[in-house]
Design a protein around this ligand. Structure first.
Ligand SMILES: *Cc1c(COP(=O)(O)O)cnc(C)c1O
Length: 364
């Protein structure tokens, strides 16, 4: 059993919003989790404090040289039960990201136990409607006031919470259109592509905006060296159904190792689909389409879980996938995945972690 972590209570709790009208990432709960790091001392004990503005020196290193990493996961409510989905994977990954950016790793079990206490405290903020959830955003940034270029000596770890509505308003999957980016790249070999760091997003915005202006929903990135091999989409990993088999780019260091990607691979195998992780070129995809062997494309990520792709443009090639409709394998995986996440279906894998049950948290 973990000792309860310190809570600094606030005088007035906020009024809860209308959970039917939530826009992603706009509203935050009453409390957040906070933990500080000082070189020589290590991380402080986590504490729960009122959500509010932070103080930061204008010379804080994170603002100048980009030592910032983040995570994203969701808590779901079914009746009175609040659950997280594979949160241990998120804290394993934040440590991978921290390590790459030469930032101090956190104690996975301790932050998970503290997050459990925070969400337990905030359980009234977890919406229970179809597709709704509480988005959980852990992040770490460098705070040392110093302009010399080297790793910061001081850091802050925070977790903030935001209730979010259903990604698909009426619960029907909607195919998106993607633009295959052939000028900008997101990540390169030996770089930070596998880390969930703010800088990767900063580098991607210009292409995302341009794709939107051209009428596309998302950007599909190609590799940073030959601009030939498929990497991933915006904030999602990507899967192709070719000859009935699920194919996704292998993790090569420049792709973000998505937890939804990993879960879809495990779930697909359980459901009897063949899966393959390999290097796949954009030409292979276009050719498979022309030969009638490419039947579905979908993206995977925490926000949408599964997002079908209906249209794809690469240079002069424009292809429509499955008549711009959600394919049967995409639909099946979405239903199975969300049924396990929300407790409607038995979780044989032990992916759901019930909030408020400390004994369970210690074992994940
Ligand atoms: C977070 C993220 C993903 C998806 O990861 P999940 O763990 O499935 O949410 C994919 N690509 C990028 C660039 C990301 O930042």
């Amino acid at each position: 059993m973990t000792e309860p972590f310190y809570v600094e209570t606030r005088d007035h709790l906020k009024e809860k919003p209308d959970f039917q009208k939530l826009v992603f990432g706009e509203i935050f709960t009453d409390y957040m989790l906070s933990m500080s790091y000082k070189k020589g001392e290590g991380w402080s004990e986590p504490k729960i404090i009122p959500y509010g503005p932070i103080t930061l020196s204008p010379s804080a290193q994170g603002l100048h040289y980009g030592q910032t990493v983040f995570e994203g996961m969701k808590a779901y409510k079914d009746g009175n039960e609040v659950t997280l989905f594979r949160p241990d994977e998120n804290f394993k990954r934040i440590n991978l990201s921290l390590k790459r950016l030469e930032m101090p790793e956190v104690d996975e079990e301790k932050v998970l136990a503290a997050l459990n206490q925070l969400i337990d405290l905030e359980r009234d903020w977890v919406p229970s409607g179809e597709g709704q959830s509480l988005y959980v955003r852990p992040f770490v940034y460098a705070t040392e006031p110093y302009l010399g270029v080297r790793s910061s000596t001081d850091y802050e770890f925070l977790v903030i919470l935001s209730p979010v509505g259903a990604y698909y308003g009426d619960d029907q999957l909607k195919p998106t259109s993607i633009y295959v980016e052939d000028e900008f790249v997101r990540a390169v070999r030996g770089g930070v592509g596998f880390a969930k760091c703010g800088g990767n997003y900063a580098a991607s915005l210009i292409a995302q905006t341009r794709a939107n202006e051209l009428g596309f929903d998302q950007v599909l990135w190609l590799d940073g060296i030959e601009q030939k091999y498929i990497e991933e989409v915006g904030s999602m990993n990507i899967f192709f159904v070719i000859d009935g088999k699920l194919v996704t780019p292998e993790l090569n260091g420049s792709i973000l190792p998505g937890i939804t990607r990993k879960t879809v691979l495990e779930l697909a195998q359980e459901l009897g689909y063949e899966t393959e992780e390999k290097r796949i070129s954009i030409d292979d995809v276009i050719n498979a389409h022309h030969d009638g062997r490419l039947t579905e494309i979908f993206g995977t990520g925490t926000a949408a879980v599964i997002s079908p792709v209906g249209f794809l443009k690469y240079e002069d090639a424009e292809i429509t996938i499955n008549n711009n409709e959600t394919g049967p394998i995409t639909q099946k995986l979405f239903e199975e995945y969300t049924a396990i996440q929300t407790g409607k279906k038995e979780d044989k894998f032990g992916w759901r972690v019930v909030v408020g049950q400390e004994a369970q948290i210690g074992t994940v």
